[in-house]
Design a protein around this ligand. Structure first.
Ligand code: NDP
Length: 247
């Protein structure tokens, strides 16, 4: 799928066991990286990815909540003991809990912000400490057009995704001098479990909004993530690349 060479590099992909994250994990493995794919609890999906990839030496699975500070800290303690360096972090883990604001339970607001935004902050915080030592790193946040456009019923999700862009913009300025780049990929409607559960009527309406008139494939998002994570993207920093079919 890709011409990029990640041999000798280690990439952490949060939510790297399903949907877009799984495609990103696969793409990094195909490009020669060692991959740590994290997930929240669906061990069956994680093990099924591991079986499909057939790379037991280069694919590592870790289960923890990216929104839990202590769990993130414990993960990085394990990581530092297991790997000599960290080259790539992809903040992909994400959830949605849709409801219009007037009907949105406070717990759903908090859960989405905590996973999508606080999770990206916590994972990035420890990652940059490692990357700064090696004076090299690539961080890619998976945001969404929802953060820019806003969608009815997605105020929590949209706020978390806009927050990921703002986090990326600030962090990209903080760490650039250490040769660490931070960027976002903004996928449009991608055929994964996240949108698989939408009512057919809504799926049709979404599809009609896309100039290319189809949902995207997770592998099409992964190709963009790999570019931003590659040595070749050395002068791309603080950018958001849209993979939306022209939305
Ligand atoms: P999926 O629902 O298919 O997969 C989500 C992944 O994130 C799973 O591996 C899941 O683990 C993991 N995860 C969820 N919550 C946590 C948590 N608290 N801690 C650690 N891991 C967690 O999602 P998609 O592949 O569709 O989406 C991936 C990213 O892309 C998200 O950030 C999403 O917002 C974004 N995106 C998706 C679009 C789409 O159309 N699909 C469009 C635009 C953006 P487990 O399997 O254990 O539940």
């Amino acid at each position: 799928m890709t011409q990029f060479d990640f041999s000798g590099q280690t990439a952490i992909v949060t939510g790297g066991t399903r949907g877009i994250g799984a495609a990103v994990s696969r793409a990094f493995l195909e490009a020669g990286a060692t991959v740590v794919a994290t997930y929240a609890g669906n061990a069956e999906a994680a093990e099924s990815l591991a079986r499909a990839c057939g790379q037991p030496d280069r694919l590592h699975l870790r289960c923890f909540d990216v929104g839990d500070y202590g769990a993130v800290q414990a993960f990085y303690r394990w990581f530092e003991g297991a790997f000599p360096s960290l080259e790539v972090l992809v903040n992909n883990a994400g959830i949605r809990r849709d409801a219009v604001v007037g009907m949105m339970p406070a717990a759903d607001w908090e859960a989405v912000l905590r996973t999508n935004l606080t999770g990206s902050f916590q994972m990035s915080k420890f990652a940059v400490l490692q990357m700064m030592q090696n004076r090299y790193g690539r961080i890619v946040n998976i945001t969404s057009p929802s953060g820019k456009l806003g969608f009815e019923g997605q105020a929590n999700y949209a706020a978390s995704k806009a927050g990921q862009v703002a986090l990326m913009r600030s962090l990209s300025k903080e760490v650039a001098r250490r040769n660490i780049t931070v960027n976002c990929v903004s996928p449009g409607f991608i055929e994964t479990d996240l949108i698989g559960g939408l009512p057919e009527e809504q799926r049709q309406a979404y599809r009609a909004m896309v100039p290319l008139r189809r949902f995207g494939r997770a592998s099409e998002v992964a190709a963009c993530v790999l570019f931003l994570a590659s040595h070749e993207a050395s002068y791309v920093n603080g950018a958001t690349v849209e993979v939306t079919g022209g939305l």
